[in-house]
Write a protein of this length. Structure first.
Length: 257
């Protein structure tokens, strides 16, 4: 599945300043799947994660979360190993002060997301990216969330969407999360000031309380797609073609080194 480069919304700190000229045109790859669909290759995926990741996986309270973590990180290492021509266990991740993962020397950029039983990650060659994935689960009471973390304009858009209000809430939430992850901040206190509901959105750096790790680009473009029962949003500092790869039991072998 392809999301064309033109199908995005734009967020920027200052109007009239473009960051597109910094990068060659690129195709950004997104891989996603349901962890239970990968049962036949779980043992192989477990071999691809290192000791630190194995210890982290064992700290999860629920086995489903542990299983999803191992599937996601094992696949990520397998795909990166092909791109970098390295053994999966030789790949070293480093983490910045906000715990955002990356590769030493940044030969590729990646970001990870998961929602109970499902996962996704994005890989980009030239620039950083943020990704979020959320299930369209109508049992969640979203009203307290939009009252605390959404602007007046965004709340109005959601509540006026009638029978699609929940999906609109999930869509906007994944946009916010993807953007924050691209910027490397994680959830911030002033989330109501990060608006992602229009085709073009001005966002003020002051809203982030100096949590942004410089250098950061002025423009960010957010792409969203509904896959399976989930919304995916990807934030990047340049327009690009987004190529989506669904990983399942039928094709997983082709992604393993």
């Amino acid at each position: 599945m392809i999301i064309p480069s033109s199908r995005c919304i734009k967020c920027f700190f200052e109007p009239g300043i473009s960051s597109s000229s910094y990068f060659p045109m690129d195709e950004v790859e997104v891989y996603y799947g349901i962890s239970n669909d990968l049962h036949s290759q779980y043992t192989d995926l477990e071999k691809y994660i290192n000791r630190e990741e194995s210890l982290r996986a064992n700290k999860f309270r629920f086995s489903e979360d542990r299983y999803t973590y191992i599937c996601c990180h094992g696949l990520l290492r397998s795909i990166l190993s092909e791109k970098l021509q390295k053994n999966p266990l030789e790949i070293i991740f480093n983490y910045d002060r906000n715990n955002k993962p990356g590769l030493i020397g940044n030969p590729y950029y990646f970001n990870i997301t998961n929602d109970r039983g499902a996962f996704a990650f994005v890989i980009s060659k030239y620039f950083y990216a943020g990704i979020d994935m959320e299930k369209v689960n109508r049992t969640i009471d979203y009203l307290p969330i939009i009252n605390n973390y959404f602007s007046d304009k965004e709340r109005k858009i959601i509540l006026e969407s009638n029978d699609r209000a929940y999906e609109k809430f999930i869509l906007l939430w994944t946009r916010k999360e993807a953007l924050l992850k691209a910027l490397g901040t994680g959830i911030i206190n002033n989330l109501t000031q990060v608006e992602v509901s229009e085709n073009e959105n001005i966002i003020y750096k002051e809203s982030f309380d100096n949590q942004i790790i410089e250098p950061v680009y002025n423009e960010h473009f957010i792409y969203s797609e509904k896959v399976l029962k989930y919304y995916l949003s990807i934030a990047i500092p340049q327009k690009a073609v987004i190529k989506l790869h669904q990983i399942n039991e039928e094709n997983i072998i082709s992604y393993l080194t």
